[in-house]
Design a binder for this molecule. Structure first.
Ligand code: SAM
Length: 239
């Protein structure tokens, strides 16, 4: 009985949030207009709260800020994020992407390592777009061939400038995402990975092992607050 009530309550909560999402869009836009730089955007994403709607990224500020700095030096025109969850990292990528960029969020509803997002959030995430940007939401399994086809169609032949892999953290999962989507990245483009710091399997999965294998194969940068933190850490590999 208790669990039925909890499910009903969660359903009402989600319906309420989907109704007020346009107001949250307006509040987020107003707050973003007052930001002066990357640190401000990261603080906003972490703290934003509108009647229960939050976008807090699952990122360590001192790790995501230098990644955003690297991207801002040559603003990507195409971004694919595998694993968006509450939308915070997608919001931040939209701040540094080119004014006419296409950003694609790919996430599996109820997926492991974060839980995906509801359809109304897909619409909310599209509203993160600034200037002439376009944000697309694909709620599907990154490992399915049909998903890869959808992503290819959305790219309309354009290569990916920045691919961020933060979805299925199992060793086979992160490896498959790299093998399936890195061929779509342009030469000189970046592939980023979250959770490269060794830690418990349920947190970082097999990402540290895959990163250790990939690292010697190219030019990489690592943004890690503390190698003893047992989670998080961002690695980027240049194609
Ligand atoms: C750690 S969260 C992403 C966090 C987000 N990038 C951030 O920094 O706030 C991981 C997400 O990956 C998604 N995911 C897991 N397996 C997936 C799969 N096979 N395909 C697509 N998304 C997947 C989960 O649903 C979850 O929302």
């Amino acid at each position: 009985m208790k669990s039925i009530l909890k499910t009903v309550e969660a359903g009402f909560r989600e319906r309420f949030r989907s109704t007020i999402a346009p107001l949250a869009t307006r509040a987020l836009r107003q707050a973003a207009a007052g930001c002066q730089g990357l640190e401000d955007y990261v603080t906003l994403a972490a703290r934003f709260r509108f009647l229960g709607i939050r976008i807090a990224p699952l990122q360590v500020p001192s790790e995501i800020i230098p990644l955003l700095g690297l991207l801002a030096r040559d603003p990507p025109k195409t971004v694919l994020e595998i694993g968006t969850a509450k939308g915070g990292s997608l919001f931040l990528f939209s701040r540094v992407a080119a004014e006419d960029a296409t950003l694609i969020s790919l996430d599996l509803p109820h997926g492991p390592f974060g839980g995906g997002y509801a359809a109304w959030r897909g619409r909310f995430y599209r509203s993160f777009a600034r200037a002439r940007q376009q944000i697309e939401s694909v709620r599907a399994d990154s490992h399915a061939r049909t998903t890869r086809d959808r992503v290819r169609n959305l790219l309309r032949g354009a290569p990916i400038d920045f691919l961020f892999i933060d979805g299925d953290h199992r060793y086979e999962g992160v490896r498959a995402d790299f093998e399936d989507y890195s061929p779509l990245v342009r030469d000189g483009g970046w592939v980023g990975f979250h959770d490269i710091v060794p830690g418990p399997e349920r947190g970082v999965g097999g990402v540290p092992r895959f990163w250790a294998e990939l690292k010697p194969t190219g030019r990489v940068e690592e943004f890690v607050a503390d190698w003893g933190q047992q989670a998080a850490g961002i690695g980027v590999w240049r194609k």
